[in-house]
Design a protein. Structure first.
Length: 99
């Protein structure tokens, strides 16, 4: 099971939250890493495991790497999925496999 942490996010990465909204990541902002979309700004605090400290709808479920930086702010541009939060059944299967 591949682990992905908040500290591994880079400016230009895209994240998809549990509520389905996509954001572009900007690191090194005054509040640390911030999330932006074409319609709003999300300054929710995330744990190192990419879980929201406030609302479970704001948990990061997927992280994408943008292939073409010129399309970074275009949420429809080409990108590659680099991490996806495992489902509960996948985590259970993983733990069972460790026994």
């Amino acid at each position: 099971m591949k682990r992905f942490a908040k500290s591994m996010l880079k400016s230009g990465d895209r994240v998809e939250l549990r509520n389905g909204v996509m954001y572009v990541v900007l690191t090194d902002t005054r509040s640390g890493a911030s999330l932006f979309s074409t319609s709003c700004y999300n300054s929710c605090e995330l744990t190192e495991d990419l879980l929201s400290k406030s609302y479970s709808d704001s948990d990061v479920m997927k992280v994408y790497n943008v292939k073409n930086l010129s399309g970074m702010l275009n949420l429809e541009s080409d990108c590659e999925l680099i991490w996806e939060r495992p489902t509960y059944s996948e985590m259970f299967d993983y733990i069972e496999g460790l026994k």
